[in-house]
Design a protein around this ligand. Structure first.
Ligand SMILES: [Zn+2]
Length: 234
């Protein structure tokens, strides 16, 4: 190697150049398109972002912040559950006439899909169970997230600066969550308007290449952005 002269990174980086406190994966679904999962350190805790997730029935980005109040024990349990594909309840909140449960549901082993969900269950047994938020991903992607979470948890520290409450910005090319620490790019002069906040994979043209190989549906707006990038890369 011997090329690591730069003193630029704000956070420690692994050999692959990836910051060691974050991980990102994408599944290509035959009908739903790209499904991203991002795991990263956030203060003395972690942030698990699913994009897209279903929030009140609408596709949106779901940043889930998990605090580390017990020296990593709770987060390690989450990591182990993801890695092993085991069901896990993160927590239960009691409301006036209902309770809200945050859980990982490896519900469909035959389909290889697991769901992270916040579910509201009414006290009234006749009432409906409501999935307030949910993110479905292949079990393999959850397992990878779990392995990486397991790696990140020991790096957390009570001395860490508090988490920034930054908004989840979505890459216009793929809707991947782009955080301050993620690399993002602005492409100016490529088309009628500058394309801002592209993730590295989209800026390099890798997203479009993967999509062509995977043959999955893409939102027309995303496609327009990716085609613009491709035209600018030529
Ligand atoms: Zn992107």
């Amino acid at each position: 190697m011997g090329r690591q002269k730069q003193h630029k990174p704000r956070r420690p980086r692994g050999e692959s150049g990836q910051p060691t406190t974050e991980w990102f994966g994408t599944a290509f679904h035959s009908t739903r398109g790209m499904q991203h999962l991002d795991v990263r350190q956030s203060g003395n805790g972690v942030l698990i972002t699913s994009s897209p997730a279903e929030i009140d029935g609408v596709a949106a980005c779901w940043p889930l912040r998990l605090r580390n109040d017990d020296d990593g024990q709770g987060l390690n349990e989450v990591a182990a559950a993801f890695a092993a594909g085991r069901g896990h309840v993160f927590g239960v909140t009691e409301g006036p006439s209902y309770r809200t449960v945050l859980a990982f549901l490896p519900d469909h082993p035959e389909e290889g899909v697991g769901t992270l969900a916040r579910v509201r269950t009414p006290e009234d047994p006749e009432g409906d169970v409501v999935f307030e938020r949910s993110a479905e991903r292949p079990m393999g992607l959850w397992a990878e997230a779990g392995e990486n979470l397991r790696r990140i948890v020991p790096l957390l520290s009570p001395d860490a600066p508090p988490a920034d409450e930054e908004d989840c910005q979505l890459c216009p090319g793929c809707y991947r969550p782009v955080y301050e620490s993620s690399t993002s790019h602005t492409l100016i002069g490529a088309g009628p308007m500058p394309v801002i906040g592209l993730c590295r994979l989209c800026a390099e043209g890798s997203t479009l290449r993967s999509l062509r190989q995977a043959d999955v549906p893409v939102d027309p707006q995303q496609r327009a952005v990716l085609e613009t990038v491709a035209a600018a890369l030529v």
